[in-house]
Design a binder for this molecule. Sequence first.
Ligand code: ATP
Ligand code: MG
Length: 712
Amino acid sequence: MVENLNKQQLEAVTSNSKYVRIVAGAGSGKTRVLTTRIAYLIEEQNVFPYRILAITFTNKAANEMKERISTTLAEKGLGVNVSTIHALCVRILREDSIALGYPKNFTIIDSQDQRSLLNEAYKALDIDRKEFTPGSVLAYISGNKTAEVDVEYAFSLAGDNMLQKPLAQMYEFYVSRLKSMYAMDFDDLLVFTKNLFKEYPEVRAKWQRRYSHIHVDEFQDVDNIQYAIIRYLVGADNHLYVVGDPDQTIYTWRGANVDIIMSFEKDFKDVHTVILNQNYRSTNMILDGANSIIINNKNRLKKELFTENKSDKKIVHYSGAGQEYEANWIAEEINALIDRGVNYKEIAILYRANYLSRALEKGLLDYKIPYVIYGGTRFYDRQEVKDALSYLRMVTSGDDLAFTRVINNPRRGIGNKGMDNLYALSSSHNITLYEAVKDFDILTGKARTESKKFVELIERVKLIPSEQIDVILNTLLKDSGYLKMLETSKEDDRLENLKELMNDIETYMKNNPEGSLEEYMQIISLYSDKEQYDTGSYVQLMTIHAAKGLEFNYVFVAGMSDGVFPSERSLMEGIAGLEEERRLAYVAYTRAKEQLYLTESAGYSFVLEKMRSTSRFITEIDSDFIERVGAKFENKTKETFPRPKKPLVNRIKKLDTSGIKLRDGVKITHTTYGDGVVIQVDNGVATIAFMHPHGIKKLVEGHESIKLKDGV
Ligand code: ATP
Ligand code: MG
């Protein structure tokens, strides 16, 4: 078990300290050390597997870790709880949400449900959705929740401002509707767990007894709320083991706080810190190339990382005449790799933003290259799957969102008028829409008979034991006429997806003999992609954010134009924004083991509204480690290779030093975002609530674009 470890890794795996921190660069074996540590605890220290908790960043990473543990330990490792922080919170809340006034089978709503709720709010409050777009309202709500700004405080921040007050009203509506449905969104899962631990010491103590050894991977991207939850889990007797790389912090835009790993020893005494400095993943060309860009970040701790994996294959920079050339070149290069015996699944294409996949997909399709996109339309978000899940929700919670989705699906003749009557009844009697249909007789004609049948079906299915999820779903879909509707209109793809859902349910039932419909519903609401693709032979496409912690033999990073990567928006945020983008580039490059390709194209970009130019994250790479291919380089001499005349980075550095000091509650005005109120200032970064549509932003305190409201 410990034979394939170097000296520092061994030290980290066998440490006797209660608190251990591993800080090390990409590919140095952090995740491997963490999994080996878990095996070591079980095998050598006789720790019971079910007392071990490991927190990872994504479901994909959690699955990989589970696999690694079961390869080493077989069934001995089964009881270890490896999960994302959200999944952990669901587990905690399922047992203890009663304390917060929520039933065990609370509903978790996803982004589609959130939007349906907003639709209700626009109508009820008579607010213009063009002026206050769903995206900006959701960003406002999420920003408030994570900054712990409650509805009341949001109203006081908004005052009588015409642009702010409607947002606060939407927030109020949203929160109270969720509460009335006993539903939580993803932010709530974290915030509620934290509050639960904060307010109920006995609940906290119970969970501290549950897990004696707690491990956290990717600790550099933990935010304050997540950290608070972790700290509550660590009582006087618990062990905490954290690993991370400050150079890979890529979620500060969502609240990640790199100071947490850097000043870990402030909160925990006698921390054993281990530094790993050998990279086992990449060739020297890739590693040195990645290092040559990350050193441009001023705000970082220097780390030395070396590799013994010498190679003469330089990083390849391709520049095409347009996007289709770029996609085709990638496709041809992939075909050349396949001819050399490489498997599709060893190849990944990464990009900065989701929209970039479209052009790439076209190329792959033209060349008949099989591919899969992670983080595309979620399986569970597809229309028919969502419908089926809403039918299931009629059985578990009977909430209004599920009801409005299925009541006329298939058609049951309930028109706008009928719906309005139901809404009126539900609000006057403080009952759900479903209860309004069930307990009152206000519909007429076809709507009346059909809705009676609907109620009869739901009530009948409620009597089926909740572990028979397959029977429940089958009965609902058949007897409601939903399947018939799809069959009649020959919706074969949709029927296929429903079969896949049934498959998923059967797998769940097999793996969780004690499971229930309620638990199944909660678990799947956290999944963002289908795992079935993992075993297939596909080229994998994903955003760089989704590639965190993963590795591939061949990595293409596409769309390497300034403004795309680094993104235009990040550049507006000054040096902090640019440095986060550079860390993201570092993450992207260090995913590659054998060969790294960076591609871009010339021409006009409608997204950027200007001609594309080469990303600075290419030009920053030391020329010893990179070679250039493509017509652009072959026809012209090196001197005419276009570089940005005046690198933006210099301009931004200057902007950063205007030096206004901010504090909570101060009103400011920003050249781009307009008026705002400072919510928090932390280490030179101000969290500011701006007016619609900008919402909450984190900005460098002394940025020149920020002026005090009274004109100082
Ligand atoms: P990241 O920062 O990207 O998350 P990491 O530090 O977690 O990277 P791992 O994924 O654990 O790195 O390891 C990178 C690769 O190096 C893996 O394929 C792992 O199996 C391999 N590796 C790690 N340590 C050793 C070792 N001592 N001997 C051989 N291979 C190793
Ligand atoms: Mg890792």
